[in-house]
Design a protein around this ligand. Structure first.
Ligand code: KG4
Ligand code: ZN
Length: 358
């Protein structure tokens, strides 16, 4: 059965067609990111206006790519589509409203059932997809497993008994992991979104040169990333209080090369730490924390597999660290393929199908 998914929870407008919850037939995403980048974050009003503009064209494209839109009819008759699925929560209100209204309209016109999907849970479901262009992998994943979402809005660990029964084990009590990447990128003078830029900069950072740690909390599986963001801010401002004559303006070299200035309240050894060292230290600390808590959740809950999704899960260093740790604890880890890590409608269509079937 083909399900049509709609995703409009943040700045993306996505429509996808998925067969039997697993095979992605088409997956179209339009982003309004370029309209937000100058503000350093998503502006809800701008996002929902853009979604209102994009959604018809995105839906038409998804149907066309799936061979379901023929002739001049606007969105066709819905022939071949068995189900309409839409992100209902969580997300920006105006943005959600655009997707929900559109989905209700399609469901009503086509006479197809409508399934409401939780966006965070859908990110975990995306770990069942094969990478685009690859044959469908029959990943035999047994319930229960631990599900991890690392995105711009959420850092959540769940015990997943099945895709209709999620038990929340832990979450971020302040900034989400992606949000911390975006804020630290701003501190380091990089653009938005910050995740990919920090990843790139951290590659040239020296291991162990700058160390940070994440907050310890009462909840064993809870996360806190706001403290580390502030620690980066202090580190950078301490470094920048030491003016260096002739320093390059590239982000890698912008950090100081001489000793701290007493007027800054910091007197230290001559500093050779670069922004790249800081990005490296930040990234390692965040990922070490997430990896340790995810692995310990699997061990303590006695499950054999971990499913991972969300925008931050694209990060290669994160994937390597988590894969290595899971391997050494004899756990299997399934990542959402890179193209289904950011917000997309395929994960919504997939989870919606599963919920309808079970
Ligand atoms: O899942 P997503 O597309 O949207 C939400 O549901 O929030 O995640 C977006 C987040 C942004 O904060 C972005 O900076 C982060 O994912 N991100 C990354 C990388 N690529 C995107 N974080 C770390 N490393 C990356 N390569
Ligand atoms: Zn998301």
């Amino acid at each position: 059965m083909l399900s049509l998914g709609i995703e409009t929870s943040c700045d993306e407008t996505g429509v996808a067609i998925v067969e039997d919850g697993r095979r992605v037939i088409s997956n179209v995403v339009a982003s309004s990111l370029s309209l937000h980048s100058k503000y350093g974050g998503v502006i809800p009003e701008i996002a929902s206006r853009a979604q209102l503009e994009y959604i018809y064209a995105v839906a038409g494209q998804a149907l066309k790519q799936a061979g379901l839109k023929t002739g001049h009819s606007f969105l066709g008759s819905g022939k071949g589509i068995g189900l309409v699925c839409v992100t209902a929560e969580p997300g920006l209100r105006g943005s959600l409203l655009v997707g929900l209204s559109f989905a209700r309209g399609l469901s009503f016109c086509w006479g197809r059932p409508l399934v409401y999907v939780n966006h965070i849970k859908a990110h975990i479901y995306a770990a069942l997809f094969s990478a685009a262009g690859r044959p469908l992998e029959r990943r035999r994943i047994r319930f229960p497993f631990v599900g991890l979402v690392v995105s711009g809005g959420h850092t959540n660990l769940f015990l997943v008994r099945d895709f209709g029964r999620f038990v929340l084990l832990g979450r971020s009590v302040d900034d989400a992991a992606g949000e911390a990447f975006d804020k630290v990128a701003r501190v380091l003078g990089l653009g938005y979104p910050g995740g990919p830029q920090i990843e790139r900069l951290a590659r040239s950072g020296r291991s162990g040169r700058v160390r940070f740690s994440c907050g310890n909390l009462d909840g064993a599986y809870d996360f806190s990333f706001s403290g580390i963001k502030t620690a980066v801010l202090y580190k950078v401002s301490k470094c920048q209080s030491v003016k260096v004559s002739g320093s390059s303006s590239s982000p890698e070299n912008r950090a100081p090369k001489t000793a701290g200035h007493p007027a800054s309240g910091w007197v230290g050894e001559p500093s050779t730490e670069t922004n790249a060292d800081i990005a490296h230290g930040f990234q390692e600390a965040v990922f070490d924390d997430i990896v340790a808590k995810s692995v310990s959740a699997c061990i303590n809950k006695k499950v054999a597999a971990l499913l991972v999704g969300g925008g931050v899960a694209i990060n290669k260093r994160f994937r390597d660290k988590l894969t290595h740790s899971c391997r050494s604890h004899k756990l299997r880890v399934y990542f959402s393929p890179a193209e289904y890590c950011p917000d997309n409608a395929a994960m919504v269509a997939g989870l919606g199908y599963w919920l309808r079937r079970h």
